[in-house]
Design a protein around this ligand. Structure first.
Ligand SMILES: C[S@@+](CC[C@H](N)C(=O)[O-])C[C@H]1O[C@@H](n2cnc3c(N)ncnc32)[C@H](O)[C@@H]1O
Length: 245
């Protein structure tokens, strides 16, 4: 059974003793964080949606980002096929998801959670979700020009370096479509710099109800708070990218 921890908005998360971190920011709230730092900035980015939206969810964990996407798409009656691809190392976690106490917003998706916990895949005419048990680094190498949206939600770069490095983001960059967005809770300068070195444009996202966060795009956006990496480097010449160890 998964030992739930209640966060600020009443939704539950987990603590990983392996990584020494929670799955979500306790003060922001699990559901609130997922919506405000990932789903809202990602879906607000597009003026029009393609017929199908391909999303890479790094990594599945409790599946908040996938489930909050389904919640948002339903709430906003977004008329697009949603395809979510999500690697996850922890098979036991996925197998036990049906026992986890999710917020009531996710109640309509209970059959999806049950199916994913059993067979790692769910499909109907509007939706595909694929959870791939294994290493995200290997998983992402198979894609090029595939994703509109990437939720970058690994544990912190200090604890989960392999999912924040220059080499990792090079593979992510190749997997993006021409017009794509990556959302992340991280506001660390070295994370932003590492993404910048892969040719991405970096922006600060301010939400009223969470800590600030970051998103990166393949196309430069005018009129938004772009992070000036040149200036950051001038102010901090010891800024280095994160590289594979
Ligand atoms: C911060 S949690 C993800 C939170 C998730 N978005 C949610 O809503 O619960 C990070 C997840 O990444 C997984 N993980 C860490 N390194 C990985 C790797 N190399 N490949 C696949 N999964 C990995 C961990 O098992 C953990 O479930």
């Amino acid at each position: 059974l998964l030992k739930a921890i209640t966060t600020a908005d009443g939704s539950c998360t987990l603590y990983s003793s392996e990584y020494g971190e929670h799955y979500h920011n306790i003060k922001d709230g699990a559901l609130n964080e997922s919506l405000s730092k990932h789903i809202v900035p990602a879906f607000s980015y597009f003026e029009t949606f393609p017929d199908s939206i391909n999303i890479l969810d790094i990594c599945f964990g409790l599946g908040y980002n996938t489930l909050a996407t389904l919640y948002y798409v339903k709430q906003h009656a977004i008329d697009a096929k949603i395809n979510i691809f999500s690697p996850e190392l922890n098979r036991d976690l996925i197998n036990n998801l049906a026992t986890f106490e999710y917020p009531s917003e996710f109640t309509p998706f209970k059959p999806i959670i049950q199916e994913l916990a059993k067979s790692y895949r769910y499909e109907n005419s509007e939706l595909t979700v694929e959870v791939c048990i294994g290493d995200a680094r290997e998983y992402i190498r198979q894609f090029s020009d595939r994703f509109d949206i990437v939720y970058q939600d690994a544990f912190s770069a200090k604890k989960n370096r392999a999912l924040w490095s220059l080499e990792y983001f090079k593979d992510i960059r190749r997997a993006l479509k021409d017009n794509a967005i990556i959302t992340t809770y991280s506001i660390a300068s070295n994370v932003r710099y590492t993404m910048h070195l892969n040719g991405l444009y970096l922006y600060e996202h301010i939400a009223s109800n969470t800590k600030r966060s970051t998103y990166a795009t393949t196309i430069k956006r005018v009129g938004y708070s772009e992070i000036d990496m040149g200036k950051k480097l001038q102010n901090n010449p010891s800024l280095h990218p994160i590289i594979d160890s």
